[in-house]
Design a protein around this ligand. Structure first.
Ligand code: MN
Length: 711
């Protein structure tokens, strides 16, 4: 197993350690945070029996090893205070400032998230969400240190809990460390998790590794000595390290690449660390001179660094007895970067003149580069695919009430969420709660929010949703539904119109003979009765010319206009019915229907001038009636002449809404300094409703005249 770092035991020891890179004032702040936490956790014990404060101290110590700044260390001291002692974020902000409080709060939030499913996709989402939620990357670093210490002290846990934590570490935290280039942390998290999850396999592999190491020892020492000797001869100051593959990576190579243990162990790997870039290239020359290089294996990541900032020279040599030797050559700084990744960017920050934010944004840039590179690599197993700027700008991660994570595009709304959960939930959603509070369906969601959708039986998607739904799934489902609804409505209307026309020639639509149906379909050149109804409903086929296929003299009756059954309109919605804008009929008005191609039935007032012409084509005109129970809101235009005055619009609007009518729009035309004309479009139930509203308007002192208008 990895080196078990013996951490500091006391705050004094830590302070001493910090004095190597922090200012005394900063160290004092860290100490203050320690004493605050010690008091807050007073009486609490870890499972191992130790005082609880040993844990935050150890976490801070891990971060000190990465030379993290004093605020991160303070956050480490306080990271379990909100969660475990009920002290508020506000209280911490009051004591230690907003930055530290934000860090502590961020870590607490990550801790609170329950790791629900073991599905790979879920783990991937969690990694992304964890990163996306942490506005400040230091939150992730503190959390990783917290997890690392918990893994180091897992011994006291019951076995099943151990395994669960280890699995979570392998699936979530180790990959995050990997993404952030924090190799050392990642390796330790992996090996420790591996031991917890598969103790038997780990022990056996460890034993095999020990044997192999013993067998290899002589050869490793020989190669290492040959390197050192030659470098010394060339007067090059260098450190040569024999690299060991760690346990979990050997296990994964065996498992995933189906390699034998021996194959993996047959490669000898070395790292040579020097002081300057120039020296790196000199060392390359030296080792190529010592052993024959394998053609095509040399890579210069110094001249062309990896996008994540990784720099090194890589080469492969053929050693004595033909053994392959992998060599990495790099400077000390490059080595630090390769081991600590993003944490390396926080190094010595406090001693530089650079403000924290500049350094932080550089770190961010670096992470971004890392993410970009993985994206370009096209490796779908990598968890970052859709990254562009600022970690994960294109995605938000929200929770279902049961804690499942739902991934949505940025700007997604509760409607998108509802459709992501299930199409039926989307189709019937009427309201929502975000973090337990009622919220509009159009409100954009933020990562980490908990969203609950309220559905109602019989509810339908609103075409208006298309104005704010952003996910492909929601948009296509809404469109599909509306299209289907339109189809359904035109079929219903067409059926009614057909049934009415057939009644004129004493044929019952429901009891037509097969022969009659075939005649009708053949004449109309459509394949089914449903299609026929749809075509009629859409106004694409004229019903009376169809009837003629069944009874050629039907024409006479139609011309005579003796239709005795009219189509009944029972609501403002449904069917393929619309209301003409020219005359805006409302229930109570005598009306007439115009069958308009593609639009279905357009309802006009009987007296509308636009319909006068059309009346000469009885084919295109349809008798319609209002149902006695007609419901809904119907738009109507009202013209109001007023004496200009302040606040009249508001007064007018109040009068109208008081009467239970809605205002669609208001237009004001000033005629002169004294008089204005206001055009209103309002939604009313019927003529009586309208008459009441107009009477109320007329009573207003500044109103001169009010009348219903026509466009
Ligand atoms: Mn903790």
């Amino acid at each position: 197993m990895c080196c078990l770092e013996k951490g500091v035991q006391t705050i004094e020891a830590l302070s001493h350690r910090l004095s190597s890179y922090l200012e005394p004032s900063q160290i004092n702040l860290v100490k203050r945070a320690y004493f605050y936490a010690e008091q807050a956790h007073d009486g609490q014990k870890r499972r191992s029996g130790e005082a609880y404060i040993t844990h935050p101290l150890a976490v801070a110590d891990i971060l000190a090893g990465m030379h993290m700044d004093h605020q991160s260390l303070m956050a480490a001291m306080l990271h379990d205070v909100i969660e475990d002692t009920g002290i508020s974020k506000k209280a911490i902000a009051g004591q230690f400032g907003d930055s530290v409080a934000d860090l502590v709060d961020g870590v607490s939030k990550l801790t609170q998230i329950e790791f629900e499913s073991h599905a790979e996709k879920q783990a991937e989402n969690f990694q992304k969400m964890a990163l996306a939620m942490a506005n400040d990357l230091r939150v992730i670093l503190v959390k990783l240190a917290d997890r690392l210490h918990n893994m180091r002290t897992l011994g006291a846990m019951p076995p099943d809990k151990k395994r669960r934590i280890a699995k979570e570490t392998l699936e979530i935290y180790a990959p995050i460390a990997h993404r952030l280039g924090m190799n050392e942390v990642r390796l330790e998290l992996e090996d420790r998790s591996f031991y917890c999850m598969y103790p038997l396999r780990a022990t056996r592999l460890q034993a095999a590794l020990k044997t192999a190491r013993g067998n290899r020892k002589e050869l490793v020492e020989q190669i290492q000595a040959s390197f050192e000797k030659r470098l010394l001869k060339e007067s090059i100051n260098a450190i040569v390290i024999g690299r060991e593959k760690h346990l979990f990576s050997i296990y994964e190579k065996m498992r995933l690449k189906k390699k034998f243990f021996k194959e993996i162990m047959d490669v000898y790997a070395f790292r040579i660390i020097v002081d300057t870039v120039d020296t790196c290239y000199r060392v390359l020359g030296v080792v190529h001179n010592l052993y024959k290089p394998v053609a095509g294996e040399f890579k210069d990541y110094i001249a062309i660094p990896k996008a994540n900032g990784y720099q090194s020279l890589h080469t492969v040599l053929v050693g004595m007895h033909g053994v392959p030797i992998e060599v990495q050559i790099r400077t000390k700084e490059m080595d630090e970067m390769a081991n600590s990744g993003i944490a390396a960017h926080f190094l010595y920050k406090s001693s530089s003149d650079e403000p924290i934010n500049a350094s932080h944004s550089r770190a961010r840039q670096w992470v971004q580069g890392l993410l970009e590179m993985q994206k370009n690599a096209g490796n779908s197993l990598e968890f970052i695919e859709n990254v562009k700027i600022d970690l994960f700008p294109d995605e938000v991660y929200v929770f279902t009430p049961k804690g499942k994570i739902v991934e949505l595009p940025t700007g997604a709304t509760p409607v998108d969420f509802a459709y992501a959960v299930h199409t039926d939930v989307g189709n019937t959603c009427v309201a929502c709660r975000i973090n337990e509070r009622m919220a509009p369906l159009s409100q954009p969601l933020l990562s980490g929010q908990k969203v609950a959708i309220i559905t109602a039986q019989g509810a339908q998607p609103n075409p208006n949703w298309l104005n704010f739904a952003v996910s492909a799934k929601a948009r296509s489902a809404i469109r599909h539904y509306l299209k289907h609804q339109r189809h359904h409505q035109s079929v219903t209307l067409g059926k009614r119109m057909l049934s009415r026309a057939l009644a004129e020639i004493h044929i019952d639509l429901e009891h037509m003979t097969e022969e009659q149906q075939l005649k009708l379909l053949h004449g109309a050149q459509v394949e089914s009765m449903e299609k026929l109804s749809e075509e009629i409903g859409l106004g694409n086929k004229v019903v009376y010319s169809l009837v003629k296929f069944l009874q050629p003299d039907a024409e006479l009756k139609v011309r005579a206009g003796t239709l005795n059954s009219a189509i009944t309109i029972d609501s403002a919605e449904g069917m393929m019915i619309s209301f003409a804008r020219c005359c805006r009929p409302i229930p109570g008005d005598p009306i007439i229907g115009h069958v308009s191609s593609g639009k279905g039935l357009v309802i006009h007032q009987d007296t509308c001038r636009n319909i006068a012409e059309i009346r000469n084509y009885p084919d295109k005109v349809s008798q319609v009636n209002w149902a006695a129970t007609v419901s809904g809101e119907f738009l109507v235009d009202v013209r109001v002449e007023v004496e200009s005055d302040r606040g009249i619009i508001a007064t007018l609007a109040t009068r109208i809404t008081e009467q239970g009518a809605s205002i669609e729009h208001i237009n004001v035309h000033e005629r002169d300094a004294h008089n204005s004309v206001i055009h209103l479009c309002i939604g009313v139930h019927n003529r009586i409703h309208l008459a009441n509203i107009m009477r109320r308007i007329r009573n207003l002192s500044f109103v001169i005249r009010v009348n219903r208008s026509k466009n």
